[in-house]
Design a protein around this ligand. Structure first.
Ligand SMILES: *[C@@H]1O[C@H](CO)[C@@H](O)[C@H](O)[C@H]1NC(C)=O
Ligand SMILES: *[C@@H]1O[C@H](CO)[C@@H](O)[C@H](O)[C@H]1NC(C)=O
Ligand SMILES: *[C@@H]1O[C@H](CO)[C@@H](O)[C@H](O)[C@H]1NC(C)=O
Length: 351
């Protein structure tokens, strides 16, 4: 039954190496991929992929959110009811506050306003309750980037709590604690920090290099992660920028130096790493989305965000990761440890 569904998916999604991946590897790979789709109606292949255990979760964008979003989320969860993994789906969106919100409602203030006004905790609670009210259980927030100059990349939409690292630390930790108390996991982003990016410098649209010294990265940009990890943040999203003082060859999210040595080793993070959008133009040097997903997984990225609003992207990445597992490109032991971290996060979800 499982194999039959997998073969059907292979045909529906066109030519490719799907037939060569083993069903077990497809399920294992699927545990690492967050899918997306366009519009108000999830496509049938997404429901099918969920039912055969090839989907870890879904990211929802503004164009997915209509009046019936709760029913849509429920229908996707229902498709998961008999999947081989028997783990809740990770249902996520970007609900930072102010201008960066996919759902209407809380937090209506920007991160900068909340931190200045002392309303971060109620904003975090509000974000959690808002997501929970539509069945979502992961928020891709808060931003822990420390902006440098008024109106720069993070400050232009007031996504950064402050330009003061100690304020970002305390506000970030308050947001995480309040939101996670509602049962909605928080994602601290974008490690080790995009706060030094100038206005118009965006990893979604171009490769970005931030020439900060290692000591500035560690004493300024990474400081809020110490508080966030102490507060029990469940996910961390590395950035797609290159920081040559620590790793000159790879963007943070494709860098084992950042993920293993810096985030897990130096800072002691034991939760789940989640990528930023894998199709980001900042990664243009790293081939197809599927190839990038393999490189990210090799570097220690647990979850791959297939955010192109196209179920074919998620399917292609699952297939490529399964093949990379089968042919040994991706180390099975490290991959399985990541699978276990993701499973433990999913198991902890109460809705
Ligand atoms: C949600 O609304 C869309 C657009 O009207 C519709 O196509 C879809 O079937 C609805 N889904 C659910 C689960 O209610
Ligand atoms: C960063 O440093 C490199 C090498 O010195 C240089 O080529 C690049 O222009 C610098 N980038 C910025 C944004 O300053
Ligand atoms: C293993 O599979 C991946 C994904 O299809 C592919 O990119 C890679 O080239 C393959 N490696 C070998 C050695 O076959």
């Amino acid at each position: 039954m499982l194999l039959a569904s997998v073969l059907l998916l292979g045909i529906a999604w066109g030519p490719g190496p799907v037939l060569s991946a083993t069903p077990a590897s497809l399920v294992s790979a699927g545990q690492h991929v967050i899918w997306s789709y366009a519009g108000l109606t999830p496509p049938q292949p997404l429901y099918t992929a969920i039912s055969v255990g090839q989907v870890a979760g879904i990211i929802f964008f503004k164009d997915n959110i209509g009046a019936n979003i709760s029913s849509v989320v429920t229908s996707l969860k229902n498709a998961n009811a008999n999947s081989p993994t028997q783990l809740p789906l990770l249902m996520m969106t970007d609900q930072e506050g102010g201008q960066v919100r996919r759902l209407s409602g809380e937090p209506t203030q920007s991160a900068k306003q909340m931190c200045a006004a002392g309303t971060v905790s109620s904003g975090g609670t509000g974000a959690g309750q808002n997501l929970k009210s539509v069945g979502m259980n992961v928020n891709l927030a808060p931003v822990l980037d420390i902006y440098r100059v008024a109106g720069d990349f993070e400050d232009q939409y007031e996504r950064s709590f402050s330009n003061d690292p100690t304020k970002v630390s305390s506000c970030g930790a308050s947001f995480i604690t309040a939101q996670q108390a509602v049962g909605v996991a928080a994602s601290a982003k974008h490690f080790p920090g995009l706060g030094a990016a100038a206005r118009g410098v965006n990893t979604d649209t171009q490769p970005v290099t931030l020439n900060l010294s290692a000591s500035e990265i560690r004493s300024v940009d990474e400081l809020p992660y110490v508080a966030a990890i102490a507060a029990g943040v469940k996910l961390v999203m590395p950035s797609w920028a290159i920081y040559p003082s620590i790793d000159a060859s790879r963007p943070s999210g494709l860098s084992s130096t950042f993920i293993y040595t810096e985030l897990r080793g130096r800072l002691g993070f034991e939760g789940v790493t989640i990528s930023d959008a894998i199709e980001a133009a900042g990664l243009s040097a790293y081939g197809s989305d599927a190839n990038r997903a393999i490189i990210a997984s090799e570097a220690g990225m647990d979850l791959i965000l297939a955010a192109a609003r196209d179920a074919n992207q998620g399917a292609g990445i699952v297939t490529a990761l399964a093949n990379a597992l089968d042919n040994g490109t991706v180390d099975k032991k490290a991959f399985d440890r990541a699978t276990a971290r993701i499973a433990s996060l999913r198991k902890s979800m109460s809705f």
